[in-house]
Ligand binder design. Structure first.
Ligand SMILES: [Zn+2]
Ligand SMILES: [Zn+2]
Length: 143
């Protein structure tokens, strides 16, 4: 099995799932299609794809690095630490932040998959007041 076809199958797998997979999950997906594939071959291919900028690698707070395909341009995430919701930010919003860092610290940011942790709107509301249900009922009455 040539390395280039392992690369291709990794790209196909990541684009199909459109998800953040750990290296082990990627390996297991690849093994379904190439039962004889070697784990280190898959890991080396992942490293190569990250180096080439085709795949991002990041820590999303789950304990192991996750990989995601970067085909449709860059994106970033906000992750709720209470419910685990993952919100995707577009790169244009984050670019403003990166540009400010670059101006102030003269530091060129190359992060291609920024992860910020916090609390989502729902979790902020539910921990703040217990009156949330009444508002929802009022809204459904309109229809
Ligand atoms: Zn992502
Ligand atoms: Zn939440």
């Amino acid at each position: 099995m040539r390395a280039s076809s392992v690369d291709q199958i990794i790209i196909e797998t990541l684009s199909k799932e459109h998800a953040h997979l750990t290296s082990l999950q990627v390996f297991e997906e690849i093994r379904k299609r190439l039962p004889a594939v070697n784990q280190s071959t898959v890991y080396r291919a992942l490293e190569r794809l990250v180096k080439n900028g085709k795949v991002s690698v990041s820590d999303m707070g789950t304990g192991s690095a996750v990989f995601e395909l970067l085909v449709d341009g860059l994106h970033h995430h906000l992750i709720c630490q209470k419910c685990g919701q993952v919100i995707t930010m577009n790169h244009a919003d984050v670019m403003v932040f990166f540009a400010a860092i670059q101006n102030k610290y003269h530091f060129k940011v190359i992060t291609n998959h920024l992860i910020l942790f916090g609390t989502c709107n729902n979790c902020t509301k539910s921990s703040g007041s217990k009156e949330g249900h009444e508002n929802q009922d009022a809204q459904t009455d309109l229809f």
